[in-house]
Design a protein around this ligand. Structure first.
Ligand code: ZN
Length: 198
């Protein structure tokens, strides 16, 4: 039943494909967009297109950014000898929000999962090992507390052992299976402070 006509139906359909957006919400958003002044709609669609076009991975840490090197890697006041390994850019954002971590990051873009067929070569692990040829004091493994996160942490620690670089794992005060981005800052800091050597 195409009671809205093609254009509106198409907009609702596209919106409903976004995560967490059901038919009802898609409808509400579509009506909201139609009611907006044209310049606001242009700004919104421009933001989407520009983000998609310009966002890439940082050359150093592989987080999402719009320049060759992200602002964190480009900041000389940060401790470039301490590297925190996270699964994705949202985890990095969670630690940045605490404002207490002064090192740099390495974003894996996933975790090892034999069940899903994701192996060490499918995440940015080789790139981490390349970075470790530089002067590094400590690698803090802050992958999630899920089975995949733990598997990845163990795998990385085994790779790092022979290099003699200190390798730590954040404390497991973080709920099992909990995505780092949903954990409050106090818990994150406690996990970081309570990290143990692997
Ligand atoms: Zn970076």
């Amino acid at each position: 039943m195409n009671y809205y006509g093609n254009e509106l139906s198409r907009l609702i359909e596209e919106l409903s494909l976004l995560p967490g957006i059901g038919q009802k919400t898609a409808q509400r958003l579509a009506f909201h967009i139609i009611d907006l002044p044209e310049e606001n709609v242009t700004r919104l669609s421009d933001a989407i297109v520009r983000a998609k076009k310009n966002i890439r991975w940082c050359r150093e840490c592989f987080t999402l950014t719009d320049s060759e090197v992200c602002p964190i890697c480009a900041d000389s006041r940060r401790d470039h000898k301490t590297i925190m390994v996270v699964e994705d850019s949202r985890d990095l954002a969670a630690y940045e929000r605490t404002g207490k971590y002064n090192g740099v990051y390495h974003v894996l873009h996933g975790a090892i999962s034999p069940m899903l067929g994701i192996g060490p070569n499918d995440i940015r692990l080789k790139e981490l090992m390349t970075r470790l040829r530089q002067d590094v004091d400590e690698v803090i493994i802050a992958t999630n507390n899920s089975l995949e996160g733990e598997t990845t942490a163990m795998y990385i620690s085994k790779l790092i052992k022979p290099t003699g670089i200190k390798c730590t794992r954040i404390a497991s005060g973080v709920p099992v299976g909990g995505d780092l981005e949903y954990i409050d800052e106090v818990t994150l800091l406690r996990a970081l402070d309570g990290r143990t050597e692997l």
